[in-house]
Ligand binder design. Structure first.
Ligand code: MG
Length: 377
């Protein structure tokens, strides 16, 4: 790796791990974080969790796993170009959605509603809880004992109340400070990834069309150019070329405008990154164009009646599971029963949040189905 910028996170300026460990051999501290995340159970479960389309709806749609991999690819490209810590940006990206419930945002909203009088449920906070507490793999500690900067990057937003309870990673929310540029990159990369792959998945599903998308300037400009350049190209290739160009444009824009911000705010250290305004950002023009695309997706894809029907089913599954476990914690698997004695609602939320889409559907059937369910099911 080329020499890192003076404002990058390094092992030297890192605040380290909560529990000190011997230095890793043959890899860096942030590579070790990435490796721990990849080997976690929560990471593998991302494969069967909804991004927009429920996992069984089609094999080619993004899942939380492929989404996280795309986020990490984009984040690494940006980090490298800005001479920032690529390993850290990768680790944060791969972990950013670990706390997501099954069934995407519908699942999170349902669980949050169930948890209303028990401190609420927020997937971002849950991602941190997964890496800090819930993974049970190490002899000496709960969670993955990740570096401060990785944990800080995972916690994208947080209420003042939660921040106060979280200690070190919560501090910046109370002081109105920014996280590292690597964390800011993971955040922007998330946005670039989902806006683009939701266009792709939306088109593949047939819920939105290229004609409709021509109203969106960010799409239209590339679409026209590619159609002009390759008049006989098949529709699928036109879609891929358009998305490829869009990602490139957004990544290029964010790099240029972040470089401008670094110069404008004379950033020369990690400490200055924390007190400066957000540095990683689109140019004003691109920000506006992104917003038009986001609004388009909200209206035409996320609120499409077919997506809403699935969301409504998902919400019912989550709230019915929550209610039944709250009523009788003896229905929980033994490892969650132990935690339920201390805080039943949180143990139930942890159990439900960890489920994959198909596990939640099966668990719901196992508990509620009156017709005969095979014993092995
Ligand atoms: Mg995400």
């Amino acid at each position: 790796m080329d020499k890192l910028a003076e404002f990058a996170v390094t092992e030297k300026n890192s605040r380290g791990r909560r529990l000190a460990e011997p230095a890793p051999q043959g890899r860096g501290e942030f590579q070790r974080d990435r490796d721990r995340i990849i080997h976690s159970g929560a990471f593998r479960r991302l494969e069967y969790k909804t991004q927009v389309f429920v996992n069984h709806e089609g094999d080619l749609f993004r899942t939380r796993l492929t989404h996280s991999i795309e986020v990490s690819q984009i984040a690494r490209s940006i980090a490298r170009r800005l001479r920032l810590n690529e390993d850290l940006a990768e680790a944060i990206s791969l972990a950013h959605d670990l706390g997501h419930t099954p069934f995407g945002h519908a699942g999170q909203d349902a669980l949050n509603a169930c948890m209303k009088s028990f401190g609420g449920f927020e997937h971002n906070l849950q991602s941190l809880r997964v890496v800090d507490v819930l993974e049970e793999r190490y002899a000496r500690f709960d969670g993955l004992n990740l570096c401060f900067e990785t944990r800080e990057g995972i916690l994208k937003h947080c209420s003042a109340e939660n921040a106060a309870a979280l200690g070190d990673v919560g501090e910046r929310f109370l002081r109105n400070q920014r996280p590292s540029l690597e964390a800011q990159i993971a955040n922007v990369a998330d946005e670039i990834a989902y806006n683009n792959h939701d266009v792709d998945d939306g088109l593949r599903s047939g819920l939105i069309t290229l004609d409709q998308l021509s109203e969106v300037p960010l799409v239209a400009v590339h679409l026209q150019q590619i159609r002009g350049q390759y008049p006989a190209l098949s529709e699928r290739r036109i879609v891929h070329e358009t998305i490829r160009h869009m990602i490139n444009t957004l990544v290029g824009d964010v790099i240029r405008s972040s470089e401008d911000n670094i110069r404008k705010h004379r950033i020369t250290s990690l400490a200055e990154v924390r007190t400066a305004p957000p540095i990683l950002a689109f140019s004003e023009e691109m920000f506006k164009q992104q917003r038009v695309l986001k609004n388009f997706l909200r209206t035409h894809l996320y609120r499409h009646y077919k997506v809403m029907r699935m969301s409504s089913k998902a919400q019912r599954i989550i709230s019915e599971l929550f209610a039944v476990f709250m009523e009788d914690s003896r229905l929980l698997p033994p490892q969650f029963q132990a935690h339920a004695d201390a805080d039943r609602a949180r143990a139930v939320a942890d159990y439900i949040a960890g489920m994959t889409d198909r596990y939640a559907i099966r668990e719901h059937r196992r508990i509620f189905a009156v017709e005969e369910v095979p014993l092995s099911f």
